[in-house]
Every structure is written in structure tokens, then in C-alpha cells.
Design a protein around this ligand. Structure first.
Ligand code: HEC
Length: 122
């Protein structure tokens, strides 16, 4: 199997480096992989859909096109309880991996990371 080009996104990367790395649509760097694991563990798909397409919650494929990293962090931590988005600030996994989660969702929104199972770039 041949390795296709590594696609990177530098959007919002604080050090000018890549926000995430992806190969063949389903292999990602460790931080992004942990972001995806957090997505799965916290079952965000219950409300946002398995492919982030939106259910009772909005499509995050669309939201991440406009939401800044800072705003993402705020809504994730505080939630919008009155509108049905729970706060996740008590989750250790979210506190540890929120940047990877942001990177994962950016990759989904950019159309670079495929929905479904991911593994680590070797
Ligand atoms: C119980 C349902 C539910 C779960 C579980 C849930 N969300 Fe949400 N989420 C919502 C709803 C509803 C909104 C829309 C709130 C509003 O109208 O402002 C939302 C909004 C958001 C937004 C803001 C979107 C925007 O355009 O402003 C983000 C980002 C988000 N959710 C991420 C997540 C992540 C990541 C998880 C898992 C850690 C998660 N959500 C789990 C229901 C949920």
C-alpha cells in the first residue's frame, strides 16, 4: 500500500506548526487520535451525529468552519445548558485532550479526516 501525501492544517496553530497531521484520511498524529478517543468516550455523537453531521445538536462540520479555538474551548467547558449542550469541564479526559479534540473536529470540518475509526500514523 502506498502512502499518500500528509495533509496538514496550520489554522490557529499557536506555534505556526500543523494543527493536525493525517495520512490516507484515517491515520492521524497522537494528539488528534486522543481527541477522537475523547469524542468517542464522551459520546458527543449522541447529539452531534457519528459523522458530526448534526442531530439534536448542530453539525460540527459546519460549526468548526466559523468557531474559533477559544470559543470552542468555552462552549465545551461551560456548555450551553439552557440550549441542551452539557458542560464538560468536570471531565478529566476533556481537560487533557480538548486541543486534540479541536484538531480532530477541524480535520473533519476541513474534509481531511474521514468519519469513523482512526489509527495512529506509524
Ligand atoms: C445531550 C446532547 C449533547 C451532547 C452529548 C453534546 N452536545 Fe454539543 N451541543 C448540543 C446542542 C443542543 C448544541 C447547540 C447549543 C446552542 O444552540 O447554542 C451544542 C453545541 C455545541 C458546540 C457549539 C456549536 C456552535 O456552532 O456554536 C460545540 C463545539 C459542541 N456542541 C461540541 C460538543 C462536543 C465536543 C461534545 C462531546 C464532548 C458535545 N458537544 C456533546 C448538544 C450536545
Amino acid at each position: 500500500m502506498s502512502i499518500t501525501a500528509v495533509c496538514v492544517s496550520a489554522d490557529d496553530a499557536p506555534d505556526g506548526g500543523a494543527l493536525y497531521q493525517v495520512q490516507e484520511g484515517n491515520k492521524v498524529d497522537e494528539s488528534t487520535l486522543n481527541g477522537w478517543r475523547t469524542w468517542r468516550a464522551l459520546a458527543c455523537e449522541r447529539c452531534h451525529g457519528a459523522a458530526q453531521e448534526g442531530l439534536v445538536g448542530p453539525s460540527l462540520v459546519e460549526s468548526l468552519k466559523v468557531l474559533s479555538k477559544e470559543d470552542f474551548h468555552t462552549v465545551l467547558m461551560n456548555g450551553r445548558p439552557e440550549k441542551g449542550m452539557p458542560p464538560f469541564n468536570t471531565s478529566e479526559m476533556v481537560n487533557k485532550n480538548w486541543e486534540g479534540l479541536y484538531a480532530y473536529l477541524k480535520g473533519r470540518s476541513d474534509g481531511k479526516i474521514e468519519p469513523g475509526r482512526l489509527s495512529k500514523i506509524q
